[in-house]
Design a protein around this ligand. Structure first.
Ligand SMILES: [Zn+2]
Length: 495
């Protein structure tokens, strides 16, 4: 009510406000006679912060419902993953600015739309999450780069990328199925395989595809580090250590990379080199599966197996056609002898003697391995995209059960182009799926299956409109006002 009263007229009177702040690198302020003021306190570990929102009535009902709550949510979540918010206030202002950050104050644009004819106010799903998302993002900038004071003009990813990553974590803590665009691995694949790009480690002035390069890709890379490479516990510890170590200081990229490594004791050089210094993408292909047979040297078993493999071969085309051919030996069976009854798969006493002798030379563990009857598979992979990543396999067994087997990216350390993984299983494998949860940003999942799967595609059954030639377009009659009216009526009827 006070705000509605205030907005009726302006004033010529002057008033002086003096602002004082500690540990800030920039400042901003806002004033308007239309402002509604909404505030709520937040207290954590002895630090009291007043979260405040300033907006005109045009911002409602979105702003009264979400703004102050989103500020507090941001502080609560960012405190978990970064450092404790140190300032006495955090302000969210609705005005003409779409989204901009300053220490303790942010400007956030989204508002409902007003139908001028009906006076009805509505907002889209996009506007709702646009508002919550931009407030989390801009308030999040207090941490990066206002406090962890990186050089945003040099390395945009150090504030926008890190902030977009924590924004993703905070948004997911807002509600289930929050529609986050940046963070999930699968959302970055189109950008990763695009040709018009530069590495993340590019000076801000020279970046191509700014949003994907400095916001989306680093945020996704960090999420993959957390979920797939390091695990949440180790990642969260190292990531927080970076914020604690570098608050109110001037970190460079190397400081971030080094802290993530030495706080976790995990070698991440390969990851940072691939994801931050190149434009390679992830495309690992599951090329081949070889089912291996542990030879136990027993001739009775081995030669039977050899015969089985031989019998699996298709019949020679001539043999097939000669099947009913009259042969000389049909009439003269006396021409058949020992070699017609025994083939190369016949077990001889010589074989048996050799086997009995060799068994005595084997160690116990070797005899055990020969007896246990495990299934062995050599699975071959090739690296088509350039980035090495862990190999995550979902094994489905012939009895219908399944299991996920994870192998670290170090499997690629001696050969970054091709590797083989040996699987030893009790049960027989029916199928294998590479990266079953789409967590590595593999840009082509069609080569991730054994046996290979058919690619699902939709055939459209309607005809595409034939485009007109330049001459047809040129000769088209120019429409008069009357024609336009007719067209409008036609579409009205159709609607
Ligand atoms: Zn930003």
């Amino acid at each position: 009510e006070e705000a509605i009263e205030n907005e009726k007229e302006g004033t010529n009177k002057t008033k002086t406000w003096r602002f004082k702040a500690e540990n800030v690198r920039d400042f901003a302020w806002a004033s308007s006679r239309k402002f509604i003021w909404d505030a709520q306190g937040y207290s954590e570990k002895g630090v009291d912060t007043m979260a405040m929102s300033y907006y005109p009535k045009e911002g409602n009902p979105l702003w009264e419902r979400y703004s102050t709550e989103a500020i507090i949510h941001t502080i609560e979540e960012y405190n978990k993953y970064s450092l404790q918010y140190p300032y006495p206030v955090s302000i969210s202002v609705n005005g003409p600015v779409g989204g901009m950050e300053y220490p303790m104050i942010t400007f956030n644009g989204p508002r409902p739309t007003l139908d001028k004819k009906t006076g009805e106010k509505t907002y889209s799903r996009r506007t709702k999450y646009g508002l919550i998302g931009v407030i989390i993002h801009e308030v999040g900038h207090n941490y990066y780069p206002m406090i962890v004071n990186s050089d945003e003009r040099q390395w945009t990813w150090m504030d926008e990328g890190l902030n977009s990553f924590v924004e993703y974590l905070a948004a997911q803590a807002w509600e289930e199925n929050y529609p986050s665009r940046r963070g999930p691995a699968r959302n970055i694949t189109n950008y990763m395989k695009s040709s018009y790009q530069v590495p993340i480690m590019t000076n801000s002035e020279s970046i191509l595809q700014f949003g994907n390069n400095a916001y989306g890709k680093p945020a996704t890379a960090l999420n993959i580090l957390r979920e797939t490479i390091m695990g949440r516990e180790l990642f969260d510890y190292a990531f927080k250590e970076y914020a604690e170590r570098w608050k109110f200081k001037r970190p460079t990229p190397a400081d971030f990379f080094r802290t993530m490594e030495d706080a976790s004791a995990v070698d991440l050089d390969w990851f940072f080199r691939g994801w931050f210094y190149t434009t390679d993408h992830v495309d690992i292909s599951l090329d081949k599966v070889t089912k291996m047979h542990v030879g136990n040297q027993d001739p009775e078993v081995e030669k039977a197996w050899d015969r089985e493999q031989f019998n699996k071969e298709p019949m020679d085309i001539s043999d097939m056609r000669n099947k009913d051919m009259k042969r000389r030996t049909h009439d003269k069976p006396e021409l058949l002898d020992f070699y017609n009854e025994n083939d190369k798969f016949t077990v001889t006493n010589s074989d048996r003697n050799k086997y009995n002798g060799s068994q005595k030379k084997l160690e116990d563990w070797q005899l055990e391995l020969l007896k246990n009857g495990k299934n062995m598979y050599a699975v071959d992979f090739s690296n088509k995209g350039g980035l090495v990543m862990p190999i995550i396999l979902k094994l489905v067994y012939t009895d219908g059960s399944d299991e996920v087997v994870r192998t670290s990216a170090q499997i690629w350390r001696k050969n970054t182009e091709k590797v083989s993984k040996l699987l030893v299983t009790d049960k027989e494998i029916a199928s294998i799926e590479l990266d079953p949860y789409w967590e590595t940003a593999d840009v082509d999942v069609n080569n991730n299956y054994w046996p290979q799967r058919a690619i699902e595609s939709r055939l459209q059954l309607y005809k595409r409109k034939k485009s007109k030639s330049l001459m047809e377009k040129y000769n088209q009659k120019l429409k008069t006002d009357k024609d336009e009216k007719k067209d409008a009526e036609k579409t009205k009827k159709a609607a």
